[in-house]
Design a protein around this ligand. Structure first.
Ligand SMILES: Nc1ncnc2c1ncn2[C@@H]1O[C@H](COP(=O)(O)OP(=O)(O)OP(=O)(O)O)[C@@H](O)[C@H]1O
Ligand SMILES: [Mg+2]
Length: 231
């Protein structure tokens, strides 16, 4: 469904991605792993048209390299960046409604689905988003993106800084997406959650893909783990 080929990305003169190739199929959860600075977020930004990039980006066979971010979102790609960007002065519910697709047809997710996924959001339905905890804001960001009814969601380190209980909820959220046929490209540091939920994983190092395989294969590959993942 998403096919990235020989992707290069640049911040000014600094050449950060060196020919990244990967793919995500319908309904798959694909983990993108690697240490700090390995180029995972830049890969996400390059897909979303947020950095200067070269190479091929295919979505359902259609080339979208060079398109604008909002056009890429309209194709059906959702993006949850590292920063939790809620609208702090709006309520939880207003935030969710703002994420809704504007095409008129209703998407596959309703407000009630969001409240079932994260009951905490229902309790806080009328609370200003800005006063909620980091974990709650993270849930809200994830849900707001879903309200746009993406076919694939790119999620950058959703569990960073979250308490173990909430990490578990994020894991369930990912499973729910998969159950409804939404594909996920999951950027993570935490090997445990990524290995538990993903169908396949890629490991990046210095702006290139250094491993591709199943979680079981990665578990067995001590060399890759020592060299590129463990600190
Ligand atoms: N805005 C920027 N300007 C210049 N260089 C950047 C910028 N953002 C990232 N880089 C550099 O690009 C490289 C890849 O960074 P990237 O953010 O993609 O890494 P990452 O794998 O997401 O790791 P982490 O999120 O843990 O930092 C790093 O060397 C980083 O210093
Ligand atoms: Mg990052």
């Amino acid at each position: 469904m998403l096919k990235i080929d020989k992707l290069h990305a640049f911040y000014g003169k600094s050449h950060v991605l060196h020919g990244v190739s990967m793919n995500v199929e319908q309904g798959e959860i694909v983990a993108l792993l690697g240490r700090n600075g390995s180029g995972r977020s830049t890969t996400a930004k390059a897909i979303m048209g947020l950095v200067d990039a070269k190479g091929s980006l295919l979505w359902k066979g259609l080339q979208f390299m060079g398109k604008k971010t909002y056009e890429i979102a309209h194709l059906g790609l959702g993006y949850v960046p590292e920063s939790r960007d809620v609208f702090p002065k709006l309520t939880v519910e207003q935030n969710l409604l703002l994420g809704q697709k504007r095409s008129g047809q209703s998407g596959r997710w309703s407000l009630d689905d969001m409240y079932t996924l994260f009951p905490r959001l229902k309790e806080r339905q009328h609370t200003e988003a800005g006063v909620m905890s980091g974990g709650e804001q993270q849930m809200l960001t994830l849900c707001r993106t879903l309200m746009g009814d993406p076919d694939l969601v790119i999620i950058d380190e959703p569990t960073e800084g979250l308490a173990p209980k909430i990490v578990e909820l994020v894991g369930q959220y990912l499973q729910t997406l998969k159950a409804r046929g939404v594909s996920v490209l999951l950027i993570e540091q935490k090997l445990t959650i990524a290995m538990d939920v993903s169908d396949r994983c890629y490991v990046m190092g210095h702006g290139s893909v250094v491993f591709e395989g199943t979680p079981a294969e990665l578990r067995q590959n001590t060399y890759i783990r020592k060299e590129w993942l463990e600190v």
